[in-house]
Design a protein around this ligand. Sequence first.
Ligand SMILES: C[S@@+](CC[C@H](N)C(=O)[O-])C[C@H]1O[C@@H](n2cnc3c(N)ncnc32)[C@H](O)[C@@H]1O
Length: 251
Amino acid sequence: MTRGWSAPSPAAVGRSGPSGRIPGTAELAAIYDADTEDYLSLGETIYVFFMLGSTEGAHVDAVLRYADLEGWLDGRFVFDLGCGVGEVLRLMSLRWPSARYSGITISPRQHTEMRSRVPLIDASLGDFNRASLPEDVDLFISLESIGHVEDLPSFLEQCAASMRHGGRFLIQDAISSTGSRLIPSWGYRLRPPSEMFAAARAAGLSIRAFDTPPFSMERAERYLARSRIARQMHQLAGDSDGTAIYVFEKP
Ligand SMILES: C[S@@+](CC[C@H](N)C(=O)[O-])C[C@H]1O[C@@H](n2cnc3c(N)ncnc32)[C@H](O)[C@@H]1O
């Protein structure tokens, strides 16, 4: 586990993407479809690179701990923004079976996988920058996907409007304290925590928890040869400040 990171050689990182153009919805969906095949073939079911634990279950546990859900989540409604193949929701549903779960992914491949893997969880296929969000959400979660949000203040405002009072919003994402940075090849924006806090406050959300925990990049290393996204994340970890956990609350 580390808080910093020494960047790999350019040869290890490889090409950084086809152009400086930001992918549109269909292109991003295709990128995720291709990467999903690869991570499923490696036996992985969550799609997170900055890992807080040595297994997927340990990572999910470590992230969820920040939101203090024990004794609170029963019977509530959870919505995962960028839900991958639904593994985080699946693990949560085993632990809190009385809660209701849903989510959204841009990748048709992930959506199909989710339907066979967790058929009882009804998730949407779509672009969360354009889709309407559900009502009465008790807990939004977003693990390494909030960087795909195009207009953060307006997005958090919409999320806040969809949340019940007392609802929580748990985010894990890579950060950059040197200012907001876009990774053009897959349209991912790294933000400094100050930008996230400002957008959350403007949306009427309060800060319940924040941390920049130690992490491992071992998983991203495993994808280096295959995944454009992993190469970018790995390269970027060299000059980012690692990963942050945020828990916001709607008063
Ligand atoms: C790096 S992965 C994060 C992993 C995921 N949270 C998990 O549970 O495995 C990013 C996720 O966000 C989704 N995503 C990216 N852009 C999106 C968008 N505009 N709308 C909806 N989902 C999006 C991807 O399909 C993928 O599921």
